[in-house]
Design a protein around this ligand. Structure first.
Ligand code: XMP
Length: 511
């Protein structure tokens, strides 16, 4: 069965993935594609609606992305957001002007004319603006539907052709009725039926995987992370015993995590799961290495070697499962940025496995959808709501050389921090929270004795996508409890500090 689909054309704005996620959250499938997508492909894609995203340009800039005007003759409803809104007006003969001052932040929006796009939105509400140019004169056939103080056509539309523009950002939470506006466009204008649900997704994927794999053999590398766990569980639901999972335990996971992987997937779900205990091997390979990128490289290479050994023992398989998700697949409309850290993932695995084809059952899903699929499949919150955790694990939270003793200290301190954040009910509102063992020792006094032990740093950040982050305002009494407990319960730690740096200028991890 083919879902109804919406096409989100990416003009390079910072909220583009957010727009796509909002549409999906409203139970309508959508794809984010570069704004250069040829008209013929758009026609073949057969969307029920098209959304133009925002972007950093002005329609008058040399080289700014434009659009083939024929897109407006396809008979498909269009919603333009910010740059997308200016582009519609400009392309169809309206006038966009450059304001002397940029408008940024919350503004009062007033609807001056009712429309299907404003269904159930009050006459006055708050919207969130971020622009310099705005539409001054509308093309023929269009009418202003809402305005703000400085923007005469903050929402405009041509009801007959079902083409709309909004100058503000309906996708951000600061726009009070933003989600409602997107819903109105999808359901009231594009005729969406809401056929994109995680329950449907699971049912369809299971059928599809069964048909594709049948009785053939499948291999999957499990890391303990959400994506590989959900991908494996989905494939297991479809083909059961024909799936073999290999869990490379590099000994750098958090306290209790490796055992939990075995408990959930082997004992509870009954998966064929092989645990490769490679902690000693990783420690040996990391001995004497302090440089973060060097550590990452060693861990990535060892991981592949261990997996290769296990895969060889299993022999040839037909399929290899990968937990690729939609953000990894999207070809963004914008350029590539500088590499700050080399993230290791399982991308190198195909070269060491004897297989015919790769299976990526999650490649259409955003992270929050992956979590919902996990829940739908009966995975516990401890797996599904797991905070992001780097592939190199605790090795990049141990400054300097990784040693057994430092690992032990860090694991315990981290467990205390996690327990207390959870107990305070803060886990859901913090993106990542963890302990770091700094490579410095300080003098302390415990009992009547002088100590000379490690400084533990606590790091907790809020973020939406890990690209930027703010340090989390954890209440002092929670921090106090964590500090007392670490000082009392964790060996070789005598000082606890809290990291109050955002990203930028810092990164989330310390290495
Ligand atoms: P940074 O530290 O760059 O982290 O602000 C951004 C996000 O990426 C995670 N991270 C990694 N993930 N391998 C990974 O798989 C890595 O080497 C790595 N380094 C950082 C980090 O935990 C955060 O979520």
């Amino acid at each position: 069965m083919q879902h109804q689909r919406v096409l989100v054309l990416d003009f390079g704005g910072q909220y583009n993935q957010l727009i796509a996620r909002r549409v999906r959250d409203l139970n309508v499938y959508c794809d984010l594609r570069p704004c250069s997508m040829p008209l013929e492909e758009i026609r073949q894609y057969a969307p029920i609606g098209i959304i133009f995203t925002g972007g950093p340009n002005s329609v008058y800039d040399a080289g700014s992305p434009h659009i083939d005007p024929a897109i407006f003759s396809l008979g498909i409803p269009v919603l333009g957001i910010c740059y997308g809104c200016q582009l519609i007006a400009y392309t169809l003969g309206g006038r966009v002007v450059h304001s002397a001052k940029s408008e940024y932040g919350k503004r009062e929006l007033t609807f001056v004319r009712r429309s299907p796009v404003s269904e159930d939105i009050p006459e006055k509400s708050i919207c969130w603006m971020s622009h310099t140019d705005h539409v001054e004169t509308l093309p023929a056939g269009f009418e202003a539907l809402a305005c703000t103080e400085s923007c005469p056509a903050a929402v405009y539309g041509d009801e007959a052709r079902r083409i709309y523009g909004v100058q503000f950002h309906p996708e951000v939470v600061h726009t009070a009725y933003g989600e409602r506006l997107i819903k109105n466009f999808l359901y009231g204008i594009c005729g969406a039926k809401g056929d994109w649900t995680m329950r449907n997704f699971v049912a369809e994927q299971v059928t599809r995987l069964r048909a594709k794999i049948g009785g053939q053999k499948v291999l999957c590398a499990m890391s303990g992370g959400v994506d590989s766990a959900v991908a494996a569980t989905l494939v297991h639901r479809a083909v059961g015993e024909n799936l073999t999972c290999v869990f490379v335990d590099h000994g750098l996971l958090r306290k209790g995590e490796a055992d939990e992987v075995m408990e959930v997937f082997q004992k509870k779900l009954g998966m064929r799961l092989i645990r490769a205990d490679a902690g000693e091997r990783f420690l040996a390979a990391l001995a004497g290495v302090a440089e973060p990128e060097q550590k990452r490289k060693i861990i990535g290479a060892e991981f592949i070697k261990v997996f290769e050994r296990e895969a060889k023992a299993i022999g040839a398989v037909d399929f290899l499962v990968q937990g690729t998700i939609y953000p990894d697949v999207i070809e963004s409309g914008t350029g590539k940025s500088a590499v700050i850290k080399s993230h290791h993932n399982v991308g190198g695995l195909p070269s060491v496995v004897d297989f015919r084809e790769i299976v990526e059952p999650l490649r259409d899903l955003f992270k929050d959808e992956v979590r919902r699929v996990g829940t739908e499949l009966g995975l516990p919150d401890s797996v599904v709501q797991r905070q992001p955790f780097p592939g190199p694990g605790l090795a990049i939270r141990i400054m300097g050389e990784v040693t057994r003793e430092k690992l032990e200290t860090l694991r315990e301190a981290d467990a205390v921090f996690r327990e207390e954040v959870a107990a305070a009910g803060l886990a859901g509102s913090i993106w990542q929270y963890f302990a770091v063992i700094t490579n410095s020792k300080t003098v302390g006094v415990q009992g009547d004795f002088r100590t000379y032990e490690n400084v533990i740093a606590l790091r907790a950040v809020t973020s939406v996508d890990a690209m930027t982050a703010d340090w989390a305002r954890i209440p002092y009494d929670v921090l106090e409890k964590v500090s007392n407990r670490i000082a009392n319960e964790v060996p070789h730690a005598n000082r606890i500090v809290y990291d109050i740096t955002g990203k930028p200028p810092a990164t989330i991890e310390w290495e």
